[in-house]
Design a protein around this ligand. Sequence first.
Ligand SMILES: *Cc1c(COP(=O)(O)O)cnc(C)c1O
Length: 357
Amino acid sequence: MTRATRARINTDAIRHNLTRVREIAPDSRVMACIKANGYGHGLVDAARALKGADAFAVACLEEALEIRSAGLSHPVILLEGIHRASEIPVVRDNGFEMVLHDPAQLALLESAGLPQKLWLKIDTGMHRLGFRPEDAPAIRERVQRQGLAEGPLRYMTHLASADEKDGTPDPAGQIDRFLKLVQDWPGERSIANSAGVVDWPQSRQDWIRPGIILYGVTPFTDRCGQDIGLKPAMTVSTELIAVKWVEKGGRVGYGGGWSSPRDMRLGVAAIGYGDGYPWHVANGTPVLVNGRLSRVIGRVSMDMITVDLSDHPEAGVGDEVILWGADLPVETVARHAGTIPYELLCGVTRRVKFDVE
Ligand SMILES: *Cc1c(COP(=O)(O)O)cnc(C)c1O
């Protein structure tokens, strides 16, 4: 008998989500973001499911090389570009595209003198990566004068708050600054992340860069994947390994912070923060026991949680407990854990068995 804690990855759902994204943005090409191990779904499994995308976007060279090793020949974009000179020939030999966002990278490219496929990143207000709009024309000039771009130079910016209502910086302002800056420059443009794809039509330019929506999950706090026609691709589940009665006033779990309001039936499920089910999950967070709603009681341990079986008289050892997935949105669980769904998806640990279906 092995531990029952598993993450089922539904690759049909990922394929469906790509189709749905193309419906929403029919005029844009899709750069599918599969960084961070395909948002926790498995980098190569995600890439294979998304092979209908026009390109893949990753955070680093290691991830890009994994895509090539899997035999996929799509364009691959390094969203953070390169960090040291030794990466430059590897990027070039594999035909990867890189984002150029910092003077230090430009200096590396200048000393290598090897032209690369380049995206010039403009910081329109997020203040993470990118050149300031006022510096961009000179940078562009410098790249072109030295012939550092293989093929046409392309342009990218990133929205900081497109997933929020009345977010700051205002996405419309960011979009506007970007489009004004590049209006006379030939070359493809890219603005939209998932939130942009869904809520900001103006951000759907030549290329969109969806990430989380491809996995069936939204970046919003007021809508789940299903609400916009997506199918969640990851279901995390385990089973009950013990069932017991606790009497009124009995304290449950580390710290004894939760005490039973009455005589109650509890179940112990084999999942904890050692599997990526966060310690910050609050008492009362929903789970499904045999497909029906229950809740976490007390603190999350490393390997176990306790759940309320008051309304599950039939539940016994070996029965299924779902932590998030198709019938329990990870967006909801994230809210109860004071985090975002991205972190939950990326955080499932190696101890969990992945079943790719
Ligand atoms: C990760 C990332 C995306 C995708 O973001 P989602 O919110 O998952 O859609 C797009 N663009 C850049 C630059 C990113 O780093």
